[in-house]
Ligand binder design. Structure first.
Ligand code: ZN
Length: 202
């Protein structure tokens, strides 16, 4: 919001924006039988609704919720933009990737924040987005199961280690509506998830 009023009123702007996001998630998650993707119990159930795990175009094209996110050219062409797709065979500079449709506005805001704050050079590695699996070491489905999370600078920010990302960098994502794995009890500094899809804080 341009002029946030700091309030969450019934039928107010804030709650309707949050509900809009919730609707966006539900709309793109399949046939409507799964009202909340997090309620699916098994890996097979997730795959049945969302499609299998594969990097082939056939699967990606058949997916009901994945969409290609293209990073704005003004960011790609910025000389300080430095992000490599670590899973690309040629380790090419990242310019687009598949993720949940609902992620797009959040990502755009985060990239825009990085640009405004002159932090594009801190984007070094992109470590993936979609993978139907549990959060490592837990029984909870990872937000990666729905391509609602991305991993950044994975080499410098491994699981269970003190994150190396700068506070300013993290703020750019939080401001855009992401939750950060570095805030978890078990630190996962590379991990950014749309807030609300974080692992339960138990
Ligand atoms: Zn992650």
């Amino acid at each position: 919001m341009i002029k946030p009023d700091g309030r969450i009123d019934i039928n107010g702007k804030t709650i309707s924006a949050l509900e809009e996001f919730q609707r966006a998630i539900l709309q793109v998650t399949g046939d409507g039988s799964a009202t909340d993707p997090r309620k699916l119990k098994t890996r097979d159930a997730i795959i049945q609704v969302y499609g299998g795990i594969s990097t082939t175009n056939e699967w990606v094209n058949a997916s009901k919720y994945l969409s290609l996110y293209t990073i704005d050219s003004s960011i790609i062409n910025n000389p300080s933009y430095n992000c490599i797709n670590v899973y690309h065979p040629n380790k090419s500079k990242l310019d687009k990737f598949w993720c949940h449709k609902a992620m797009h506005p959040f990502l755009s805001k985060a990239f825009e924040n990085l640009k405004t704050n002159n932090l594009l050079s801190e984007l070094k590695e992109f470590g993936g987005y979609h993978n139907v699996r549990a959060t490592r070491g837990t029984n909870y489905w990872s937000a990666h199961s729905w391509a609602l999370a991305i991993d950044i600078n994975i080499t410098e920010n491994p699981l269970n280690a003190e994150p190396k990302l700068s506070k300013k960098f993290v703020e750019c994502f939080k401001n855009a509506g992401f939750g950060w794995g570095g805030d978890y009890k078990r630190k996962d500094g590379m991990h950014f998830t749309i807030a609300g899809f974080d692992i339960p804080k138990t």
